[in-house]
Design a protein around this ligand. Sequence first.
Ligand code: ZN
Ligand code: ZN
Ligand code: FE
Length: 759
Amino acid sequence: MQSERQRKKIHIEGIVQGVGFRPFVYQLAQRLGIAGWVFNDSEGVKIEAEGEPALLQVFLGALQRETPPLAAISRFALEERPVRGDTQFTIRVSENETARKAQIAPDTYVCEDCRRELFAPTDRRYRYPFINCTNCGPRFTIVTGVPYDRPKTTMADFPMCAQCRREYDDPRDRRFHAQPNACPYCGPQVRLHDACGDLLPVEDPVREAVRRLQEGQIVAIKGLGGYHLAVDAGNDAAVAELRRRKVRDEKPFALMSAGLAQVRTYAELDTAEQSLLESVERPIVLLRQCSKHPLSALVAPRNRYFGVMLPCTPLHELLLENGFTALVMTSANICDEPIVFQDEEAIERLNGVADSYLIHNRRIYMRTDDSITRVMAGRPVVMRRSRGYVPRGIFLPAGQPSVLALGAELKSAVCLTQDERAFLSQHIGDLKNMEVYRSLIATVDHLQEILELQPQILAHDLHPDYLSTRYAEERSGIPRVAVQHHHAHLASCLAENGVEDEAIGIIFDGIGFGEDGRIWGGEFLVGGFDGYRRAGHFAYVPMPGSDAATKEPYRMALSYLRHAFDAQLPELPFLKRIAEGERRLLLQMMAQGINSPLTSSCGRLFDGVAALVGLRDRVSFEGQAALELEMAIDGPAQRRTYPFALVQEGEMLIFDHAPLIRALALDVLDGIPAGVISACFHNTLAQMVRRVCDQLRQTTGLQRVALSGGVFQNRFLTERCLELLESGGFQVFTHSLVPPNDGGLALGQAVIAGRRPAG
Ligand code: ZN
Ligand code: ZN
Ligand code: FE
């Protein structure tokens, strides 16, 4: 019988360490009567398995199909070995568990097993807010270095008690080598502090926090990657008070609910959105609001969507256990600074905002915001890639030298590559102040530390004044590559879709530094990783007052009107809101080219149209007017379009929006509702994209189209473009794993720089 046996050596790479992979292999082998061993090495997991050929086949199949929830296999290789006659299966403890290529897992939700124990009165971890196992719990945010092992996490502060240690050492236990393993006797504890930061002597801080939330208080709550400010979303006065105390903040607040049943009372859900909400990453998902709902209108003013997440830690499970339809869970930050993540900093900086603080003594090592996602055309799209996704690698079409790419300025994130994998960092923020810049430096250091990698090439934006560019310049000894902004967007979209070949790039975003020194943003490119050609763009218009025109869309509205009508401007209602003197001054500035740089931006066109139809004259955050223009759309059946012109100017195809603006202005004068005008405007842009692609296909023969840039966070526009392009026989690539906005830019920079000899 012995001679019929076979022995195989299996080599597995990917996220396979610290996620319960060895216990999983062990238990599978036990179940099937397979002998041999499993072992962690520097590259992943190695297994030798011996048994009947049929059983071995089952074993190999199950290894790939039934992996633990947090594991992700990136390579699976097999080798024949001589039979050795083993009778048992063992977990071999590695003499050196250094995991160089092995990846650290992202932070994840509470698994079903832990959830059951959390609410089981007889369990020793009943209502313990830090329950976790190899299948769930904190990872990235608590890792201080590699190898991933308890001493290299912030759990090093908590020596395990005998019972926890037994679980940790037992290969058959769900908590075998679960580095954050803890219990109420040996692990972290929560505490409640009052508004002054003084410790409150309460028996159950979580229950007391819930009571305070029910009373309408604002409670600062320490989460996985930073602090949230929480209030009862159904309490209008409490939400209003939070808005008042978080001055200058008009952004929609995110919500957290206990489960789908609660979410359904205020938002509409399809199956794709449902599975995204319930995914282990637990991101914020943008969901359409129900027409009637029990939540405060101040949660998301002028917005048809709510950003919703389900509990991502046991602490949140306990807070939402019974009572609230939803809690507001907004990132605790001051103005445009990064999210607050240290306890003393929280009490100091949130002074005057929070009524109490629910704190715990497990340190957050890496600040990480909540991720934001949205479903478009049935597919999830990540709009902010952070908690739950980071530091999972993205596979590149080919291997390349290690590049550190630094992103641009807004929605900054960096990217470090290793062979054919790219590691995009968590969301860092808008690089406009030193706090965010310091956060960028810490993020780069941490990423290099956990990947044990020093980059060979630096990639940065072409813009000379960005802080990210400055960082690259100040890091001496490493060759640098400057990458044009919209080329990077194109490459980012191609890279995440694994496309090696050239494509037509329709890149619509706010602003990016152009090769001609002008501000680009509505671009038609042709190219790939190795290079690109600007095939066309939106007609240039001046931005009167430069940056001020981004904050005050009425300036852009005036600029587009001037472009469309010359001197004879129609008397649109929004013009009456601009003082006569200012209007004259702005027109003069544009005529004489004073502080009025030219732009082909698509984002600014959205801003201008939002002001023209009377939605908004000023914004408090980038993209606000464009967002509200999308939200205003009424009647998805609306198919009307406005006229527009595509003009060939030498090598360039120019989209002239003058006919569009003229027709749109007439609609405004006729009193057509903003929602209808907005739909027609969106339809026109999609129609224009199709015509541009038709023309470029004729001259280049390319069928592939990549849609990228922040404007493609717009679901209506993205779906319309997809529909029109696919019906025209184009193969369309959109973003899903990385954001279409500048948060995904570093990925494109990294691939372009990895292919280019640095100069
Ligand atoms: Zn668990
Ligand atoms: Zn313990
Ligand atoms: Fe951009």
